[in-house]
Design a binder for this molecule. Structure first.
Ligand SMILES: [Mg+2]
Length: 276
């Protein structure tokens, strides 16, 4: 008996290759599209992941403008990006044809600097980061240090070297606290080719110090989700998260009581074109 079989979850369904033959993929996709559309229409705030959803390598998806227009001011970009400030990303997106108010952009690397400035003022911080994040840290008056750091802070540092890893590891060995912008080991570039991410650097330190504790700022942690809800005055129950990563976007949203809509080649909805 298969005619009344329970369909896969509609919005964040993973469609197995041999899913119930009585529930053709087209039907699952159609239902997922309808349910996602209803969620977006009723949402007070829609959080949108950047890499793999709204853009690939900062090039907006062809449906990005239409999605933001549909949401008519009820959205914020929530990304584990750790190499840009909101203004810097807004400038890049604008240059690539997508205008977004930087107030509507929350990024893990930039937010980590804000957390460090609020909670670790005056402490010696070894920050592995690119020039944009280092500049934000200097503007935020972080006390940056190389050796004998009290805090080691990780982002996707594109100029990472053996020397940097070594002096950060020495500080951790002496008891420095460890903070990371985000746990992702990769993010999808064009054609879903993986791009090395902050979590891969974190994995190096954990390989050296297996019991190392780390405070993670970005998704799936609650800090960015709650910051977005507070900034736009929306409750978790009325918010929706659009993402492509079940571990960070999906689990992070659920942990905060926010409904996720997952996109990707293994999901019922492939990309944001299904949402406009
Ligand atoms: Mg993503």
């Amino acid at each position: 008996m298969t005619s009344d079989a329970t369909p896969a979850p509609l919005v964040d369904a993973t469609v197995a290759p041999d899913a119930d033959r009585a529930t053709p993929r087209a039907i699952v996709e159609s239902r997922a599209r309808r349910d996602a559309s209803a969620l977006l229409d009723s949402a007070g705030l829609v959080l949108i992941d950047l890499d793999g959803c709204l853009a690939f390598a900062n090039v907006p998806h062809p449906a990005a403008r239409a999605l933001l227009d549909r949401l008519a001011g009820r959205y914020a970009i929530l990304s584990n990006n750790s190499t840009q400030t909101p203004q810097g990303l807004a400038d890049i997106l604008a240059a690539n044809g997508l205008a977004v108010d930087p107030e509507r952009i929350l990024l893990a690397g930039s937010m980590m600097v804000d957390v460090l400035a609020a909670e670790y003022a005056g402490r010696r911080i070894c920050l592995l980061a690119n020039e944009a994040i280092l500049a934000h840290a200097r503007e935020s008056r972080l006390r940056l240090a190389r050796d004998d750091a009290e805090v080691v802070a990780l982002t996707r540092d594109p100029t990472l070297t053996h020397a940097k890893l070594s002096y950060a590891l020495e500080s951790l060995h002496r008891g420095a606290a460890l903070v990371a912008s985000n746990p992702d080991t990769t993010h999808p570039g064009p054609g879903y080719v993986p791009v090395l991410e902050t979590g891969a650097i974190l994995a190096i330190f954990r390989a050296c110090m297996p019991t190392l504790d780390c405070r993670v700022i970005g998704k799936p942690g609650k800090i960015m989700f709650e910051a977005a809800l507070q900034r736009f005055g929306c409750s978790a129950e009325r918010a929706v998260m659009i993402g492509d990563n079940p571990q960070t976007d999906g689990a992070g949203a659920r942990n905060c009581g926010i409904a996720p809509i997952l996109l990707g080649p293994d999901q019922a909805l492939a990309n944001i074109a299904e949402l406009v």
